[in-house]
Design a protein around this ligand. Structure first.
Ligand code: HEC
Length: 145
């Protein structure tokens, strides 16, 4: 009876190395996370302007609304894009949409659409427009809230 309980509940001697290992792992992860934050921004940090989102709304009405109600881009639309660069979503939309004329919009119009989609998902606006330049969009990761 006594032997069994000793095996199930580890004594302090066996516990300590594990705890230290976990602590070191946590510290390593925290510093790696900080390094990644330095290089990249997230859509939670105000990466488009309110005017740009307004332009995006107009672009949506002209080119997308006949097939997609704006709510198509809300409520979980961004979940599968979490932590992916904005450039990926840009490329997908440009490659496939509008379905009847893929790639027909100007790069700035596609960027404005992204701004509108971010606004629809309650991501904050900021002082700087979202660039349509690929290198710039690669540095911004999508947060869905
Ligand atoms: C003529 C109708 C039509 C128009 C116009 C249109 N779409 Fe679509 N869109 C569709 C259809 C149908 C699908 C689903 C097919 C698919 O997933 O490939 C779709 C899918 C999508 C997807 C998901 C694609 C994927 O692979 O996950 C996005 C994002 C999208 N549309 C955005 C837009 C935007 C932005 C515009 C305006 C620039 C637009 N669409 C205009 C019909 C349209």
């Amino acid at each position: 009876m006594f032997d069994v309980s000793e095996r199930l509940i580890p004594g302090p001697g066996r516990c300590r190395p594990r705890l230290l290992g976990g602590l070191l792992t946590a510290m390593a992860l925290a510093s790696a996370g900080a390094a990644a934050d330095d290089a990249r921004r997230s859509t939670a940090q105000g990466v488009y302007t309110t005017e740009q989102a307004q332009t995006g709304l107009e672009v949506h009405e002209e080119y997308c609304a006949k097939c997609h109600h704006y709510s198509y881009f809300q409520g979980g639309f961004l979940i599968s894009w979490r932590n992916q660069p904005v450039s990926g979503l840009y490329d997908l939309i440009k490659l496939k949409m509008p379905e009847d004329r893929p790639g027909a919009l100007k790069p700035k119009e596609y960027a404005a659409l992204l701004a509108y989609i971010f606004e629809l998902n309650d991501l904050p606006a900021g002082d700087e427009k979202l660039s349509h330049k690929h290198e710039a969009m690669e540095q911004i990761l999508i947060a869905d809230e």
